[in-house]
Ligand binder design. Structure first.
Ligand code: GUN
Ligand code: FE
Length: 470
């Protein structure tokens, strides 16, 4: 008889944590911090010291010229003092990325989603039956993503257990925080016979085994988690969807899937199930707290309300959506209804791995949504006023928004959250990213970082207090 894996036992806090009030920092980083606690607020904190413990958690953020700040620096095992030409920001959270699509990044966006899957993507993903190929890709991809500042990635892997486990191991090896999902897909029409689970039961058992394999990895800092990953409704039988809903309930493992992405996909679900993706996922037990719904461009007000009520959320993939969706995701409408929204690269539907470019794209598409695009229409009838977001709001998606969606203590540099952070330089040779004396204040510097910072400008990346890039 098949049995579900047991829920993971609660972590036991180290004894020193509950008793000792002054912890000697493992690391103290001083400088200027820029972060976005809400979609509307940029927090600028100059001359601060971030004290980090040996498990990578922020103990406290002190004023540098306070006694506590000086004591944190003098007692820390390691220190880093940022210069006037450097800024500290929270690490970036990619809430939707297809790891196996890395080799086709930058190509293949000339056909609609339903053809793109069968003609380009499933053939590529099927190659990960070969663990040596998988390893080559993961070993090139994970450090590259870290260099772009992606400190957390929510991955779709492939249907293969071995390649999925190798991805989790590669993240641990390089120190990237990750949610790693074995892709479940068994539908006889929605998938090719050479790239699918044999049937619903095989898919369930494989996903359950993958969860156990990932949970068994040696992971002292708690960086890597499994995530239950039905690809999307068109690729899954009802039986598979229902059993994965039960698996989520039994194990407490988070869920991710694609939801109401394009006209074709949204209509397909309405025809097959007589309701929207959101309602259907809810019926199968897959719409849960922190379920990551990729794209969500065609969600109705009712869907958005349902998603908000359960504490799930949307991975907004602005670049990919510009090719596949036929619509712009209404970020402000969703946030206004209480939906958690993070950002996703959707590699390779989104043809860029960096989340700062995705933030810039989120701003750009929101402006086109707001203003409209067809000059043949009267100005006042062209767009959807009130839809625009700015760089502060976009950076919030890539940090605190993603953290809230995942229910993880990430996304801000503050007491009790993990020290996942990037250091951005403002004086790299040949970079357009520059702070001009007498011209740029911290608000403008922040805006420039979001629009202009590239890996060459990101000089250091931390995950759980460890330097993982730079
Ligand atoms: N829907 C199902 N699979 C995929 C995928 O790989 N990429 C995107 N963008 N949408 C999908
Ligand atoms: Fe996707």
């Amino acid at each position: 008889m098949f049995t579900f894996p047991k829920p993971r036992a609660a972590a036991v806090s180290p004894a020193y944590d509950s008793q000792v009030t002054i912890r000697r920092p493992a690391l103290a980083v001083s400088g200027t911090l820029l972060q976005t606690p809400t979609p509307q607020s940029l927090e600028v904190r100059e001359h601060i010291v971030v004290a980090v413990d040996d498990r990578g958690e922020v103990i406290e953020v002190h004023a540098a010229d306070s006694d506590a700040g000086r004591s944190a620096v003098s007692s820390a095992a390691a220190t880093l003092a940022l210069t006037n030409a450097q800024r500290l920001l929270p690490g970036l959270i990619d809430t939707h990325i297809h790891a196996p699509q890395w080799p086709q990044l930058g190509t293949g966006l000339d056909i609609p989603l339903e053809r793109w899957l069968f003609e380009y993507t499933f053939p590529l993903e099927s190659r990960y039956a070969d663990p040596a190929f998988a390893s080559d890709v993961w070993q090139q991809m994970v450090p590259t993503l870290l260099a772009h500042g992606t400190t957390t990635a929510v991955y779709f892997a492939t249907v293969h257990e071995a390649a999925t486990l190798l991805l989790a191991e590669t993240c641990l090896q390089h120190g990237q925080r990750a949610y790693v999902g074995r892709v479940a897909m068994d539908h006889p029409e929605g998938t090719p016979e050479w790239y699918r689970d044999a049937d619903a039961r095989a898919g369930l058992e494989s996903s359950a085994r993958s969860i156990e394999q990932i949970r068994a990895l040696h992971d002292p800092l708690g960086l890597v988690e499994p995530i239950i990953t039905p690809r999307f409704i068109p690729a899954c039988s009802d039986e598979l969807l229902r059993s994965l809903g039960s698996l989520a309930e039994q194990t407490g493992v988070l869920v991710q899937t694609h939801c109401s992405e394009s006209d074709w996909e949204h209509q397909y679900v309405i025809e097959r199930h007589g309701c929207t993706d959101t309602e259907s996922l809810a019926r199968f037990g897959l719409l849960r707290r922190s379920t990551v719904l990729a794209h969500g461009n065609h969600l109705s007000e009712v869907d958005l309300g349902t998603i908000a009520a359960v504490g799930a959320g949307v991975a907004h993939c602005p670049l990919s959506n510009s090719y596949f969706a036929g619509a712009v995701f209404p970020t402000r409408r969703a946030q206004g209804l209480g939906v958690h929204v993070g950002i996703g690269s959707d590699v390779s539907g989104g043809a860029h791995p960096g989340l700062l470019p995705q933030c810039a794209m989120a701003v750009t598409v929101s402006r086109m949504f707001d203003d409209g695009v067809d000059a043949a229409l009267a100005t006042e009838r062209r767009g959807v006023p009130g839809s625009r977001i700015d760089t502060v709001s976009a950076f919030h998606l890539a940090t605190k928004g993603g953290a809230d969606l995942l229910g993880a203590p990430l996304g801000l540099i503050e007491k009790g959250r993990s020290f996942d952070a990037i250091v951005v330089d403002l004086d790299r040779p040949l970079s357009p990213l520059r702070a001009w004396t007498g011209i740029d204040n911290e608000e403008r510097i922040f805006e420039k970082i979001v629009r202009l910072a590239a890996p060459a400008d990101i000089s250091r990346v931390f995950v759980a207090g460890q330097t993982v890039s730079g």
